[in-house]
Design a protein around this ligand. Structure first.
Ligand code: NAD
Length: 360
């Protein structure tokens, strides 16, 4: 049986596409199903408050299934979102999702230490995979996830919602087109006060620590605003609440050097509310505040303002990633983009531990 998922896969991979023209494939399968079915794995805060509501408004995908370790949540979600029993899985029977044609994409929204296991299992089940940031706690996990998706000929997208936000795209454009010349210096801060005392974000084994969590926003701010990859880092970890942050850092300050000579000073914390990006160019400046919120990101620069309204960042991300898969076009933030950040995150931890400069 040549089903819709096979069709989508062959368009992306180009494997069997020689037998059929991609347009014919898409047209013939579109009549079967207009939207991709998404299964959310992990029904915590982000799935409950942001992704599931966004999936009620998307045009290219819908909430088709759930994977949860908590039976009570399964009952609640089934009623709230009208999810059929056959599309509800737990962590043990998850692999049988391979036989479910309703599910096209598995979206992993678990603590970071669990990302690799569920991305690999989803890929082996033949499903495309979306994975939340941070991609994983280590470069080796990221590489294993990318390989599993390649080996199984499925796509892997990282949940970098800001890259789908036109406000982010605008500050990227200003650098790319050298509107104010080259970037000289960046300051970027991403943090919030987390009042929780026993969450996975405070647990090292589960992938906690602020650097992978809010830190990737500050790192993305610097990487996207320069359009470059850092070549060296220094870093300082600290905590003001050692009774809570026993295993991981509450705050990380890190400094990046870029090949062009641009420098970045970045700050991230679970103890401080901050959300800003400042870029100083040869001939101008840009400031965004907030720069990485769910909504209302905005800013100004030497000659103008940045303020593009956006209904739902998450809905745009989901729709654009599904469209890319259906049309066989490039994903905005594939697994390789998640890996780029984790390479720098590893270097930052090393620098914080050794106290010196770490080259990347
Ligand atoms: P959360 O703690 O609210 O939810 C985690 C889920 O994982 C829960 O349903 C929990 O039951 C489940 N789980 C399974 N095994 C677990 C274990 N051993 N320990 C703890 N939980 C376990 O977390 P969250 O805030 O929803 O974050 C989940 C992922 O989403 C993380 O990767 C996080 O960085 C990411 N996230 C992204 C954004 C964004 O803006 N893109 C925002 C928030 C969270």
């Amino acid at each position: 049986m040549f089903n819709r998922r096979d069709a989508i896969k062959s368009i992306i991979i180009g494997g069997t596409a020689s037998l059929f023209s991609p347009n014919t494939l898409l047209a013939s399968t579109k009549t079967k199903k207009e939207k991709m079915g998404i299964a959310l794995v992990g029904l915590g805060y982000y799935s409950t408050d942001l992704l599931a509501p966004a999936l009620q408004t998307t045009t290219n995908c819908y909430l088709a299934g759930i994977v949860t370790g908590t039976p009570e949540k399964a009952i609640k979600w089934k009623q709230k979102y009208n999810i059929p029993d056959k599309n509800i899985y737990n962590y043990q029977n998850f692999d049988s999702i391979a036989n479910n044609p309703d599910i096209d994409v598995v979206y992993v929204v678990l603590p970071p230490s669990m990302h690799k296991e569920f991305v690999v299992r989803a890929a082996r089940a033949g499903k495309h995979v979306f994975c939340e940031k941070p991609m994983a706690p280590s470069v080796s996990d990221c590489l294993a996830m990318i390989k599993a998706c390649k080996d199984n000929k499925v796509n892997l997208a990282i949940g970098y919602r800001c890259q789908h936000d036109p406000n982010t795209q605008e500050y990227m454009r200003i650098t790319r087109e050298q509107v104010y010349g080259k970037v000289k210096m960046i300051s970027c801060g991403a943090g919030y006060f987390d009042a929780r005392t026993t969450h996975w974000k405070q647990n090292k084994a589960l992938g906690g620590g602020v650097m992978g969590d809010m830190g990737v926003y500050a790192l993305q701010g610097a990487r996207l605003a320069t359009g470059e990859e850092p070549i060296a880092v220094t870093a300082q970890a600290s905590t003001t609440r050692p009774e809570i942050y026993k295993e991981v850092e509450e705050t990380m300050m890190f400094q990046l050097q870029f090949p062009s000579g641009a420098l970045a000073a970045c700050h991230t914390s679970f103890g401080i509310n901050m959300n800003y990006l400042q870029v100083n160019y040869e001939k101008g400046w840009l400031k965004m505040e907030p720069f990485s919120a769910y909504s209302d990101n905005k800013g100004s620069h030497s000659n103008g303002v940045i303020n593009f309204p956006l209904k739902s960042q998450q809905a745009k991300q989901l729709d654009e990633d599904c469209a890319a898969i259906m049309n066989g076009t490039t994903l905005i933030a594939p697994g390789e983009e998640g890996l780029r950040d984790i390479k720098v995150v590893e270097a930052i931890y090393k620098a914080a531990q050794n106290g010196g400069t770490v080259k990347i």
